[in-house]
Design a binder for this molecule. Sequence first.
Ligand code: FAD
Length: 395
Amino acid sequence: MDFELSEEHQMLKKMVRDFAEKEIAPIAAEIDKSGEFPWDCVRKMGELGLFGLVLPPDFGGTGPDKLGFLVALEEISAACASVAMALLCSSGASRQILSLGNEEQRTKYLPAMAKGQRLGACAITEPSGGANWPYTVQTTARLEDDSYVLNGTKCFTSNGGEAEIYMVLARTHPEKGPLGISGLVVEKGTPGFSFGKKEEKLGFRGDVSRELFFEDCRVPRANLISEGILPKATREVATFIMPGLGAIAVGLARAASEAATQYVKERPVAFGKMLANFDSVQCAIADMATMVEASRLLVLRAGALPEDTTDLPPGVMAGVFACEAALEVTSKALQAFGAYGYTTDFPIERYFRDARGLLLPSWPMEVRKLIIGRLKLGLPTLAPLGDTPPKPGGA
Ligand SMILES: Cc1cc2nc3c(=O)[nH]c(=O)nc-3n(C[C@H](O)[C@H](O)[C@H](O)COP(=O)(O)OP(=O)(O)OC[C@H]3O[C@@H](n4cnc5c(N)ncnc54)[C@H](O)[C@@H]3O)c2cc1C
């Protein structure tokens, strides 16, 4: 068992860290304050090839290299989690086109996505709810001649309004319930497709989330990516999105832990001592460092599993543990900074706000745990609540 990154991945890590420290970290506070989409960083990440890590050379990438992608994501997140989220969401869309699309769709969309020239987004959540989307999706795609006619509203779509390629989940066969939902590629600019308000979020403020509106939007039939997408989408969230959120969590936790470690060495308090001399502070530093290390191991282990794995818990566990740990680590770091940590003079409060956001996307924390628990218990897991609709009142 080898716990070291390969030479290739160590070089990638160093290259991305140098880039992130030089080009992203200095403007991270401004991205957070303005809430503007970080286009400058995204373009540079495209030039570096980071959007191509999940794609093979045939479509302009250098992978697929999930492990390398997660290594890069941690480094970007340590500088700015919003920029990392833009990378994860676009890469999530391109991976779906790669694994579920046909040759024509791959050739049409992926080369520009691999270079970050065309960004991707995944539109699943709706005002009716996101956690239980197999039951709550109301957007419909009705087949008419050679087009799907799309009607509905999506919300909280990361990269919304900025991306050009949208993976949209819609009911193509309402009579099939959770299994009647399919994935369609919808391009920005398609008549009947418009954008609504930008959400003003607590954290991840540079991760621009917008509403999407579809009003009799005609999408060519050729843009159907996957009919009955639920089992494939569940697998993709478990094996890619969850470790991806975990990698963002590791980056945030690492940044907070390192900042706190430095601060307590320099902060004089009572009796002429530095904060670092106090036992309880030393214990907090130990807790933070241990949680970062444990989180990273879970994330990288999930990244190292073969692409065709059917072993879903490792990826979801990475998404559970690393995201909860990031919230705890950033909170401990804030405590170590005292009241200064609660101000915008230091980046700790941003790390804390961003870390809180990681407990929600794709599957909120409870659903992540439900998935693991159900798999361990041998219960149905096709959808978060099993493959039958929930009974009124729970149970
Ligand atoms: C930073 C960020 C980025 C995001 N990016 C995207 C994106 O790119 N695309 C997209 O489509 N969506 C995105 N989302 C939305 C996200 O996927 C949803 O917030 C999430 O799926 C939960 O859906 P909801 O907010 O509608 O909560 P609801 O479905 O209303 O659930 C509310 C709460 O109820 C609890 N709950 C719900 N169902 C269950 C259950 N079955 N068992 C136990 N507890 C339950 C959970 O605590 C949950 O948080 C993003 C959200 C954030 C914060």
